[in-house]
Design a protein. Structure first.
Length: 179
């Protein structure tokens, strides 16, 4: 999927502050509705998963069905084009390891994250994975590509880390008729 600009130009943009505040309200409501932080984190990840499994369809439609030829291209497309299309920021691909169409792992570093503008996690919510929706969205998207994945925040500026880094580890799902 070469050529970021044509794909990104086809997407209607919303105001960054509106996105930030709306997401903050969603997180706040989930925290109020759940019994504990782990349950809130799980719900944010599930919400992201459901969103990601639909975003991949929109991404493919807007990119006119051009398919990635290998895992490296897929990882680069997620980091650069996917993040730019849906969050308005470009991620930087790091530590890519791909094993001949079976396993892949990589990091995506975000220099900025519009979801965390104006956000501070209060002490009583320590352990809240505020960005779990992003991890879930990536997992949902790669799951739609027949990859079983684990996606988590390796480091998060919102929690005081120097950088925000998302770790993606996945394996190709074995189809029934494959040996």
């Amino acid at each position: 999927m070469k050529g970021v600009k044509p794909v990104v130009k086809k997407v209607t943009k919303i105001n960054r502050d509106l996105l930030t505040l709306t997401y903050g309200a969603i997180v706040s409501q989930i925290v109020k509705d759940t019994d504990n932080i782990k349950e809130a984190n799980d719900q944010l990840e599930k919400l992201g998963f459901d969103i990601g499994s639909r975003l991949i369809d929109e991404f493919v439609a807007k990119s006119e069905g051009k398919l990635c030829q290998d895992y490296k291209e897929m990882a680069n497309t997620i980091a650069k084009e996917g993040f730019e299309m849906f969050l308005g920021v470009k991620g930087e691909l790091q530590e890519l390891k791909a094993d001949s169409h079976k396993d892949i792992s990589f990091n995506i570093e975000l220099n900025e994250n519009p979801l965390t503008d104006f956000v501070e996690i209060p002490e009583h919510l320590a352990g809240l994975s505020y960005n779990n929706i992003i991890c879930g969205a990536i997992r949902g998207a790669i799951n739609s590509l027949l990859l079983i994945g684990k996606v988590y925040m390796k480091s998060d500026q919102l929690l005081g880390d120097e950088k925000t880094i998302i770790r993606v580890e996945c394996k190709r799902e074995k189809l029934k008729d494959e040996d």
